[in-house]
Design a protein around this ligand. Structure first.
Ligand code: IMP
Length: 427
């Protein structure tokens, strides 16, 4: 089996950690290919809950090589903190590989993320404030600092000088903040270099060799399709490509090596941060979903915005990513509803849309058109086979599958490792 890509099909937080953990034991490599510590994966193993922000969920499976690939942005302090936390809980971390080409989040990136958001006021993106956007901006402007630069003090100093030349102007003169001290950052990052060194590798070469040797590589996306810089609800997006195309560039693997694209999709919809969200509920049903689904951000602790399932979004995700299989998560959260609204299209400015409208303005004004599916009252968290689900829950899944345009190959009925119904093997 060659490479498999996993992508979030909505606005992130679909439960990707659980999906990765499910296949984690059956693959050889788990690779993060974009984003940074803006992500939040929760994995529950037995009575232990792990919240991962930067490390691939595969770090929890002892036979898997976890990889932070070139497309990721790394905050070294967060990386070491996360590694320390896992080691203290008995998780071995030496297998981790980090790409020499990944970019570093620097203190001025964090500072700029925060001040820019404040400056935007009502127009803010609602970023996680971790410096993700400014780090990717520097990468594209070719003024970024990469992992490999940590190992050449002369280069690191030169690049820092170049970056700080205008960053400090912006921080002090535009935003009236304190500038960043070159020597202080230099010393701090030189210290990180020694800690980083044992993990650093040519991860693209390693992954391609692994594929040549018949190993299985699992590419784990963070965030989700609608947070993609190109295909998401721009500008209310993250600054990288979580979609399956981004997996190739972000890991250094050719598209012909990817065999399956698994879309993780929640049985309803959530998003954090600003931006359009047609099925968002502003009433007590929104609170009901939030409380029942535990919809609070893993990274920022923010309340997630909640709404019903949106079929045009699911179809869009299938199309943009070439999804071959869906993993439907949190079906158990919907137990107890008499009827479940599912968005099948939108109305905007007097026009009916069956797909996501072409422009952001239209999407902002999109009012969902709902179909109502029968609900169920039973607690389904103990079901271990599709046939054990109530008939109406089975019909809900089948209808979503038809609307989304790809098979629901796995279904989550609770947070635990064993609370997954696998209809078709994902590996
Ligand atoms: P940034 O990625 O911190 O720049 O934030 C940009 C947008 O992406 C904001 O709306 C964030 O709330 C959202 N975002 C970033 N990471 C995640 C995630 O892991 N789950 C859900 N939303 C995210």
């Amino acid at each position: 089996m060659p490479a498999i890509t996993l992508v979030g099909a909505q606005w992130g937080d679909e439960g990707k950690g659980k999906a990765t953990d499910l296949v984690g034991n059956r693959v050889d490599y788990v690779v993060r290919y974009q984003g940074g510590n803006n992500a939040g994966h929760t994995v529950v193993i037995g009575d232990q809950k792990y919240a991962l922000h930067l490390l691939p969920a595969g770090i929890l499976s002892p036979d898997v090589v976890p990889v932070i690939a070139n497309g990721v942005v790394i905050d070294p302090a967060v990386l070491f903190e996360e590694l320390r936390g896992l080691r203290e809980r008995g998780v071995s971390t030496e297998r981790l590989l980090i790409s020499a080409n990944a970019h570093m989040i620097m203190p001025y990136h964090r500072a700029l993320d925060k001040v820019t958001e404040r400056f935007l006021g009502k127009g803010r993106i609602g970023t996680t404030g971790r410096g993700i956007g400014p780090t990717y901006a520097d990468k594209i402007s070719r003024t970024g600092i990469r992992v490999q630069d940590m190992f050449d003090p002369k280069i690191l100093r030169q690049k820092l000088e170049l970056a700080l030349h205008d960053k400090n102007q912006v921080l002090t003169k535009v935003f009236n903040r304190r500038g960043v001290e070159l020597e202080q950052v230099f010393d701090e990052y030189m210290e990180y270099a020694e800690e980083l060194r044992p993990f650093v590798a040519d991860t693209s070469l390693e992954l391609n060799r692994a594929l040549d040797a018949g190993k299985t590589v699992y590419l784990e996306g963070s965030q989700g399709t609608l947070l993609d810089i190109d295909h998401g609800t721009y500008p209310f997006v993250t600054s990288s490509s979580p979609t399956s195309g981004g997996a190739c560039a972000g890991a250094g693997i050719g598209p012909t090596r990817i065999d399956k694209v698994v879309g993780i999709i929640k049985a309803y919809t959530t998003r954090v941060g600003s931006g359009p969200f047609p099925t968002e509920l502003h009433d007590e049903w929104g609170d009901w979903l939030r409380q029942k689904g535990g919809e609070y951000g893993v990274t920022t602790g923010r309340n997630r915005r909640c709404g019903w399932f949106d079929a045009p979004i699911a179809r869009y995700a299938t199309r943009i990513n070439g999804i071959t299989d869906f993993f439907l998560t949190k079906l158990d959260v919907l137990s107890g509803l008499e009827r479940i609204p599912v968005c099948v299209g939108y109305q905007a400015n007097g026009t009916r849309y069956d797909e996501i409208p072409m422009t952001q303005t239209e999407f902002h004004h999109a009012v969902p058109v709902y179909e109502y599916l029968d609900g169920w009252n039973e607690d389904i968290s103990h079901a271990r086979a599709f046939e054990e689900l109530p008939k109406t829950a089975q019909a809900y899944v089948r209808t979503l599958e038809e609307m989304a345009g790809a098979p629901m190959s796995a279904i989550g009925v609770g947070p635990g490792r064993d609370q997954t119904l696998e209809l078709r093997s994902l590996v």
